[in-house]
Design a protein around this ligand. Structure first.
Ligand code: HEM
Ligand SMILES: *[C@@H]1O[C@H](CO)[C@@H](O)[C@H](O)[C@H]1NC(C)=O
Ligand SMILES: *[C@@H]1O[C@H](CO)[C@@H](O)[C@H](O)[C@H]1NC(C)=O
Ligand SMILES: *[C@@H]1O[C@H](CO)[C@@H](O)[C@H](O)[C@H]1NC(C)=O
Ligand SMILES: *[C@@H]1O[C@H](CO)[C@@H](O)[C@H](O)[C@H]1NC(C)=O
Ligand SMILES: CC(=O)N[C@H]1CO[C@H](CO)[C@@H](O)[C@@H]1O
Length: 327
């Protein structure tokens, strides 16, 4: 496939999603304009994210994963933020979900200006957008919709049931995203979130040492890459080390992740699977080729993910602290 055709394919796929999956009607861009005593809500969140990014770029993967886990479990309702025994954040797939303190900081700043106005669910989405834009080098931005309200239910077993597995096949991943109203091309775009951040070795030990009970590495992984990952992830280590998810440009939000997949350097099994399956490989190839189209397309997919099962209007509540349901 030529680069031009690749870009055209991606564009066509993106336009298709725009028409097939409309964003949530009750959300709107700029919902908080004029609602916070003269304080610009989005600018307040942005300055907090920028300060954190200045000293810790890992806030980008932290927030990306936080939004994914929030939106896939009971919708984007900040249920992942609730503390307590048996809540979502205590579930096994929560490992490495971080960024709770930044959300708390933004919430406190906004509560001091206009109490009870800005939802925790919106703070997650706005802060994640700001982090993604900073992580991409501020060469583009995307507008997010706001107007979400916070849920008051958070159950660990919902997380276990709704979050896709690290070894999912491409068809399984497509089905998991379709169950949330997202298309196969959105799934491929959103897995591009793995352009930043880390995974623990425990998720890939079988790929490195005993793939599918074979006693050998996964043949889908480049042998030189296997050797490199083995040095970070010893088979018998008592410590669960971490490895980068994108070994091309590990801290930049760009299309390098897809290039790595084509070079058989996908880290999680699900990553490599989308490069080989006939339902997703054309999209992977097009994104790997068109370096300029990924950021904007990713922003669009993040907006659609931000529309999953949202509470709006008089549904739910606006929490006082993002960690506790308001009585
Ligand atoms: C089929 C879907 C997905 C699966 C199976 C999956 C699985 C995983 C796993 C196993 C990790 C490593 C966690 C750890 O070691 O603690 C991870 C990390 C990560 N995931 Fe995903 N993920 C998926 C989709 C997404 C999506 C849609 C996004 C965001 C748009 C995302 C963003 C991230 C980020 C940024 C990290 C790194 C976190 C960090 O460094 O703190 N993932 N994912
Ligand atoms: C605006 O600020 C005043 C004084 O701090 C406060 O009493 C009021 O609730 C605020 N209004 C809104 C909409 O938050
Ligand atoms: C795993 O091994 C089983 C039994 O040897 C085989 O039937 C199956 O196709 C293998 N699966 C993969 C994904 O390699
Ligand atoms: C996708 O995979 C199918 C089946 O393996 C193959 O025939 C096709 O050429 C691949 N397409 C691209 C763009 O890699
Ligand atoms: C949870 O929210 C629902 C409405 O969404 C409300 O009926 C219920 O009373 C709330 N429960 C608590 C404990 O706040
Ligand atoms: C932040 C948080 O609550 N992490 C929890 C994730 O889940 C494990 C159990 O699987 C808990 O031990 C962690 O405290």
């Amino acid at each position: 496939m030529t680069a031009a055709l690749g870009a055209a394919t991606v564009l066509a796929l993106a336009l298709l999603c725009l028409t097939v999956v409309p964003s949530h009607a009750a959300l709107q861009v700029g919902f908080y304009r004029g609602k916070c005593n003269g304080t610009d809500v989005e600018a307040t969140i942005k300055s907090i994210v920028a300060a954190r990014f200045g000293r810790d770029r890992s806030i980008v993967p932290a927030l990306l994963r936080l939004q994914f886990h929030d939106c896939f479990v009971r919708g984007c309702d900040a249920s992942i933020l609730l503390d307590g025994s048996g809540t979502e954040k205590t579930a096994r797939p929560n490992l490495s979900v971080r960024g709770y303190d930044l959300i708390d900081q933004a919430k406190a700043a906004l509560e001091s200006k206009c109490p009870g106005v800005v939802s925790c669910a919106d703070i997650i989405v706005v802060a994640t957008r700001d982090a993604v834009v900073l992580g991409g080098g501020t060469q583009y931005t995307y507008a997010v919709q706001t107007g979400r309200r916070d849920g008051n239910i958070s159950v660990a077993s919902d997380a276990t049931r709704n979050l896709p597995g690290d070894s999912f096949s491409a068809p399984q991943a497509i089905a998991a995203f379709r169950a949330k109203g997202l298309s196969a091309s959105d799934m491929v775009l959103l897995l591009g979130g793995h352009t930043v951040g880390l995974t623990h070795c425990s998720f890939i030990l079988n790929r490195l040492y005993n793939y599918n009970g074979s006693g050998k590495p996964d043949p889908a992984m480049d042998p030189a890459f296997v050797a490199m990952l083995k040095s970070r992830c010893p088979q018998t280590s008592t410590v669960d080390n971490t490895v980068l998810l994108d070994h091309g440009t590990p801290t930049t939000v760009d299309n390098s992740y897809y290039k790595q997949l084509l070079a058989r350097r996908g880290v999680l099994k699900v990553d490599q699977n989308i490069a080989s399956d006939s339902a997703t490989n054309a999209t992977v190839r097009a994104l790997a080729g068109g370096s300029s189209s990924f950021p904007a397309l990713f922003g669009g997919a993040m907006v659609r993910m931000g529309g999953i099962q949202v509470l709006t209007g008089t549904q739910g509540q606006i929490r006082k602290s993002c960690r506790v349901v308001k009585k």
